[in-house]
Write a protein that binds this ligand. Structure first.
Ligand code: SF4
Length: 377
């Protein structure tokens, strides 16, 4: 493994996780581990892989992954593969197995895997409403999003009921040791932006499992929705800016950008007052156009507010307008993430203090690996 000047102070783990998440992983055996979903919301075109003790979602079906220098050999009888870079063996890696709850179905015949998916090792994730007011129109849809694709392909259902989610969550907890739940939603045409639907589902999941839950939606018009979500059993909240620079937001997600950043900041402050510091987070997709400086400004403002900036490398997803856009370079990601990890640690807002959701799971970015100072390579 060759290390450049910027990465000289990184640990092997920090280096490798950021390499794999930006360059992708080529699989010699595509059936290794749990089935990966192509297209759709969340970490699509990815597979969960455990590297040096940390499980991440690595792109495996993207264009970049097919040309990646990193190759996983066929797993042996223990499910362990070798991670190769050219002729060099980098380390051993493994793939979490297919969850057992995927084999079950509801009484009316809907497979559980169409209702919720296992992300990483122990996070159950669902998109409660698989439709979005912004998606059907090229003038408003987010250019990176594929929420309608998995629905079109019959890999999920349009709306998951509280009863279905409670049933699947209980099975995933019992059979696969799931420890927290993420519920996201496409944006409905209502001023609550989906908060009520999330709250109804949270009541049912909490009653059935007691698991910690993160809800994710656009900022509701009335911030009273935050207390309603918390009272329903939602422990952490995500409201996703996706990009910081208003020009980037308007270009990449013209519909969502009609809600200005200033409104998000007001919503963050109100949500932190309800859920607590660090329990509110926002996705920022690095690689959409924000500079390193812009993402650092975002992180400073957000951490000051008590919001965790979940900075994730943008991954071009098949079937979206941005499918051909290259992902950010690994050096860019490391330059962004290294200081942010230190700021989060200094603020006491590390991923392990979060109750549920993407920040807790931490598989879509190597940011949490930068929260601790580790001995350099
Ligand atoms: S970080 Fe979020 S989107 Fe990524 S794997 Fe974990 S729960 Fe899923």
């Amino acid at each position: 493994m060759t290390l450049d000047f910027h990465s000289a102070l990184l640990t092997k783990k920090q280096y490798l996780l950021s390499e794999l998440q930006t360059r992708g992983l080529r699989l010699l055996d595509e059936t290794a581990g749990a089935a990966s979903r192509r297209g759709g919301a969340g970490p699509t075109d990815h597979k969960a892989v455990t590297v040096l003790g940390t499980t991440i979602m690595a792109p495996v079906h993207t264009r970049g992954a097919k040309d990646s220098a990193y190759v996983a050999t066929q797993p042996d009888a223990r499910g362990v593969s070798k991670l190769m870079e050219g002729a060099e063996v980098v380390c051993e890696i493994s793939f979490p197995p297919q969850p057992q709850f995927y084999a079950l179905q509801t009484l009316d015949g809907i497979p559980y895997w169409k209702i919720a998916q296992l992300h990483s090792r122990d996070t159950l994730a669902t998109t409660v409403l698989q439709t979005c007011i912004r998606y059907g129109n090229a003038a408003t849809k987010c250019q990176f999003c594929a929420i309608g694709e998995s629905l079109k392909a019959g890999r999920t259902i349009a709306r998951k009921t509280p009863e279905q989610l409670a049933e699947v969550a209980a099975a995933a907890q019992r059979l696969d040791g799931v420890r927290n739940v993420v519920m996201t939603t496409g944006t409905p045409p209502t001023p609550d932006r989906g908060a009520t639907v999330l709250a109804e589902c949270a009541v049912a999941i909490k009653r059935a499992t007691g698991l910690p839950i993160q809800g994710q939606c656009e900022p509701p018009v009335d911030f009273a929705a935050f207390a309603q979500m918390r009272d329903a059993g939602i422990d952490a909240l995500g409201m996703h800016l996706e990009a910081w620079d208003e020009e980037v937001r308007a270009r990449i997600m013209p519909g969502k950008a009609e809600v200005p950043r200033t409104f998000y900041l007001e919503a963050f402050a109100a949500a932190v007052a309800v859920f607590g510091r660090g329990q509110v987070s926002t996705y920022l997709l690095a690689g959409l156009g924000d500079t390193i400086e812009s993402l650092h400004e975002a992180a400073r403002v957000l951490i000051d507010l008590g919001v965790y900036p979940f900075i994730v490398p943008f991954v071009p997803v098949t079937g979206t307008p941005l499918a051909g856009r290259p992902p950010p370079g690994a050096d860019f990601m490391r330059a962004v993430l290294a200081p942010v990890g230190e700021w989060l640690a200094a603020a006491g807002m590390t991923s392990d203090t979060v109750k549920a959701g993407c920040v807790k799971c931490a598989a879509c970015t190597s940011l949490s690996s930068f929260e601790q100072r580790q001995p350099a390579l």
